[in-house]
Design a protein around this ligand. Structure first.
Ligand SMILES: CC(C)(COP(=O)(O)OP(=O)(O)OC[C@H]1O[C@@H](n2cnc3c(N)ncnc32)[C@H](O)[C@@H]1OP(=O)(O)O)[C@@H](O)C(=O)NCCC(=O)NCCS
Length: 160
């Protein structure tokens, strides 16, 4: 039995008019991280800036926004940030579906990889991305921020 709508649309491009909803979703999804994520300081203007720098992919269920991820052409591929699934919708395949859509987006732009960063202190996130085909390529750390790992996933040739 599920109280969830059965129709889920994943990874349509977001309409910038939904930027307020996206901000709320990202804040909800990142609320539990420790130390607190910089995502919590972001404003509606920051969300608008994400639209300017690349595709914003969303997942919708019953008209409600349940997942999102920001994309930007950067670091030699499609760089993904702030992947967010609404807490009550996690572990239902939405994160994986957003990654599949991002892969299609990268391929359509002729890009050969997805890239992202995960916090070193969130091994469950690293494991999630590894199961989705990502590999740790290195580490980094910004001043005063948690260390992160750089992960990449190659874009398969559609003919292969
Ligand atoms: C990380 C995050 C985006 C993952 O999204 P998600 O929608 O929960 O991910 P998925 O459901 O696709 O996959 C997670 C796991 O849930 C389980 N799962 C997926 N679908 C399922 C289903 N229908 N029933 C039960 N379990 C399921 C699986 O174990 C899956 O892992 P696997 O597919 O790699 O084996 C989400 O947890 C989140 O928003 N976290 C907070 C913000 C954050 O940390 N973002 C990432 C920053 S790098």
């Amino acid at each position: 039995m599920s109280a969830y709508p059965s129709v889920i649309t994943v990874a349509r491009y977001a309409d910038i008019e939904r930027r307020g909803e996206i901000l709320v979703l990202v804040h909800q999804a990142f609320a539990a991280l420790s130390p607190p994520s910089g995502a919590l300081n972001e404003t509606i203007d920051d969300v608008a800036a994400r639209f300017a720098s690349g595709p914003v992919l969303i997942a919708v269920a019953g008209g409600e926004l349940v997942g999102s991820v920001y994309g930007a052409v950067k670091y030699g591929g499609l760089y993904l940030t702030r992947m967010a699934v609404r807490p009550d919708w996690q572990k239902r395949g939405i994160g994986r579906a957003l990654l599949t859509a991002a892969e299609g987006e990268a391929r359509s732009r002729g890009l050969r990889k997805l890239t992202l960063r995960v916090r070193v202190n969130l091994p469950e996130n690293r494991a999630f991305f590894e199961r989705a085909g990502f590999t740790v390529m290195g580490q980094g750390q910004d001043p005063g921020r948690p260390a992160y790992e750089v992960m990449e996933s190659p874009i398969a040739d559609p003919a292969s």
